[in-house]
Design a protein around this ligand. Sequence first.
Ligand SMILES: NC(=O)c1ccc[n+]([C@@H]2O[C@H](COP(=O)([O-])OP(=O)(O)OC[C@H]3O[C@@H](n4cnc5c(N)ncnc54)[C@H](OP(=O)(O)O)[C@@H]3O)[C@@H](O)[C@H]2O)c1
Length: 284
Amino acid sequence: MPAPFAHLVVTGARGQVGRELLRLAPGARAYGRTDLDITDAAAVAAVLTPDTVVLNCAAYTAVDAAESDPDAAFAANATGPAVLAAACARARARLIHLSTDYVFGGTHDRPYDTGDATAPATVYGRSKLAGEQAILASGAAAHIVRTAWVYAGGTGDFVGTMRRLERERDTVDVVRDQLGSPTYAADLAAGLLELAARPGAPRLLHAANSGEATWFDLARAVFEEVGADPERVRPCTSAAFPRPAPRPPYSVLSTRSWTAAGLTPLRPWRSALHAAVHRKIHAT
Ligand SMILES: NC(=O)c1ccc[n+]([C@@H]2O[C@H](COP(=O)([O-])OP(=O)(O)OC[C@H]3O[C@@H](n4cnc5c(N)ncnc54)[C@H](OP(=O)(O)O)[C@@H]3O)[C@@H](O)[C@H]2O)c1
């Protein structure tokens, strides 16, 4: 359990990662979007003091909608982080900011490390990369933590959706041609709190549960966890589910940077999924 952070500020606190942070650090000051819009410089400045660590979970995360709404995506994902970073630099506060595997092109055949070239293929990815660049240029004491395929097991995320579909359908078709790093929001939140106590850590880090999986693997594992026959999950290709934003075929994140910084590695994705599903089962 992380140490209490009296001056921890969580922005975007009602999102899936924000909620997990507050569960682990209930003493943190929490700001949902209606309490604090991260693009509002005066409002942001008003919540900062020199010993504040801001954990920015605020973002425009609707990857498909972003394709037809780039202004909104860039406002939350590029202008917002720029405003936060400038305010942190002025107040001598620290910023921990979440970014994404979607800043990469998605064509590697080995895990993406922090030094690999970025080449976002979507509006969402470009807006998140612009946020990273604004933070790095700001001079703020900041860490950018790229993560991927985040779920908490709730109703709106992939794991929660698979649990619902298992109850509603005989079979479910799930794509098997995209490989990534499924990451449990609770594990990520614990890692972010560890990082909050480590001001000397590198500015750019990757944090994800270890290992790699396709969405098909993840769906089958959810079925296994709830005692259902995983054969009811059938493989298909991305062509079966055309979407406005193309999904990267390969976006596994290397967590070498995280481990090299002496931060606790996040457990293997399969163990994390077990914990997530059983926490939800026991909560319902
Ligand atoms: N989910 C993933 O699979 C994933 C993968 C890689 C990286 N990430 C990154 O991880 C971070 C957290 O993601 P998440 O899954 O927790 O996202 P989430 O559940 O969508 O939460 C984001 C929160 O930010 C709020 N928000 C949007 N614009 C805002 C603004 N201008 N000011 C203040 N709050 C604002 C949203 O409020 P409204 O709902 O009211 O708009 C929402 O509550 C994001 O930076 C995301 O890019 C996520």
